[in-house]
Design a protein around this ligand. Structure first.
Ligand SMILES: Nc1nc2c(ncn2[C@@H]2O[C@H](COP(=O)(O)OP(=O)(O)OP(=O)(O)O)[C@@H](O)[C@H]2O)c(=O)[nH]1
Ligand SMILES: [Mg+2]
Length: 376
């Protein structure tokens, strides 16, 4: 069995007036660090209007972090903020343990969850894009580029250039391979469109119950688990149960994902972008503040993918975990928040209200078809 590693968690909070949001972000980050296989053993937060260029945290705080790292014998320091290569390099050198930012933490979870070639390639590209400047900086220090004899190339400099070029070549190869697959994927989507069946995509925050809903609607048995990012690559299924439609299960969203990471997963996210209607699954058993925080993240991601709000139907999932009054409260809160988008309370596991959900999806599809024709 894999032994649990210990991690200290850190964050630089840049807005001194933020008294709640940063706590939600930290709670979220802590659960991601745990999902990446670490036991979290403490949190350090520093309020600074600007992150320090060298260490993110101020020097005094870094000293305090070093003491905690030694005292608690942690294996890693996980930082919420996205680190520059210099900050990561300096922190690792000074603390003597592995340093991860939230981009690295997400990649570690993805790594554990990935089973298919496409997600492995996308993860590799995301890792290469992120680690390239860091590896370059590390190699330049290790091989002391330009320091021994600045007027001529040292042997270290040759090693440095060969490391950098190997990374660049690998990045170009993975990128080309993904571009090829992107083209094929778009052709497949166009083919599916020619069949004439609409494409309905199931999207939402990680662990909201997307695959559970996909399984219930299709009768398939795709892997479901409480761990984040169980699904990494999309699954299509032509379903006839409620009317002919391609149903698509997709990767989960997460707050504040680095745009570089989103770029690497473009191929998977295109499945959402090119769908006709999106069922946005919301876990209503989360505490209300977390539910709304996650919902607003999902709406932002959908907006970035150019999914218009009139193409969305919200499925308020896991109502079996709440009593009737709580469900009504959540329904009102979410409906007010996304108004006029329809919100249907369901339970994917207990198969509650699915007819209503799908009839709302089909009436939305019909509405969109009428709108399309009225443009011609
Ligand atoms: N009680 C209850 N639990 C549910 C329901 N739907 C899903 N779950 C549970 O929620 C957890 C996450 O379900 P998944 O279907 O894997 O969620 P997902 O959104 O596909 O997650 P990722 O693929 O990781 O993004 C699992 O433990 C499910 O058993 C529901 O309607 N009721
Ligand atoms: Mg899933």
């Amino acid at each position: 069995m894999e032994s649990t590693r210990k991690a200290l968690i850190g964050m630089v909070k840049r807005n001194p007036h933020d008294h709640n949001l940063y706590l939600l972000k930290l709670t979220e980050f802590k659960s991601l660090v745990e999902a990446a296989g670490y036991e979290s053993c403490g949190v350090v937060v520093q309020v600074r209007l600007k992150e320090s260029v060298d260490y993110v945290f101020g020097r005094g705080k870094v000293e305090e972090i070093k003491n905690l790292v030694e005292e608690k014998k942690v294996d890693a320091f996980a930082v919420y903020n996205i680190l520059t290569s210099k900050q990561k390099y300096n922190l690792e050198n000074y603390l003597g343990v592995k340093v991860l930012d939230r981009y690295d933490v997400t990649l570690e979870i993805f790594d554990k969850a990935s089973t298919d070639e496409l997600s492995k390639l996308q993860i590799e590209l995301a890792r290469l894009i992120k680690s390239y400047p860091y590896e370059k900086l590390k190699a330049s220090f290790k091989y002391r580029v330009g320091r021994e004899h600045p007027w001529k190339r040292s042997s270290g400099e040759y090693i440095y250039h060969s490391i950098v070029n190997t990374l660049k070549r690998r990045m170009a190869r993975v990128y080309d391979e993904l571009e090829k697959r992107k083209k094929t994927r778009i052709e497949q989507i166009i083919k599916r469109r020619r069949i004439g069946s609409p494409i309905v995509c199931i999207a939402g925050y990680y662990s909201s119950g997307k695959t559970s809903l996909f399984n219930t609607l299709t009768g398939l048995n795709k892997p479901v688990s409480p761990k984040p990012f169980t699904t990494l690559s999309s699954k299509y299924y032509l379903s006839n149960r409620y009317g002919e439609v391609f149903l698509v299960d997709t990767i989960g969203f997460v707050h504040d994902l680095d745009p570089k990471m989103l770029e690497s997963f473009e191929l998977t996210l295109n499945d959402i972008r090119f769908s006709d209607v999106v069922i946005l699954v919301v876990d209503c058993s989360d505490p209300q503040s977390i539910m709304l925080f996650r919902l607003s993240t999902c709406l932002d991601v959908l907006k970035n993918l150019e999914v218009d709000s009139n193409r969305i139907v919200v499925a308020l999932n896991k109502i079996d975990l709440l009593n009737e009054e709580e469900v009504l409260n959540r329904l009102k809160t979410v409906s007010d928040y996304v108004n006029p988008t329809p919100v249907i309370p369901i339970s994917a596991e207990e198969k509650l209200n699915l007819e209503k959900l799908m009839s709302t999806v089909f009436s939305k599809l019909n509405q969109l078809k009428i709108q399309q024709y009225s443009f011609i």
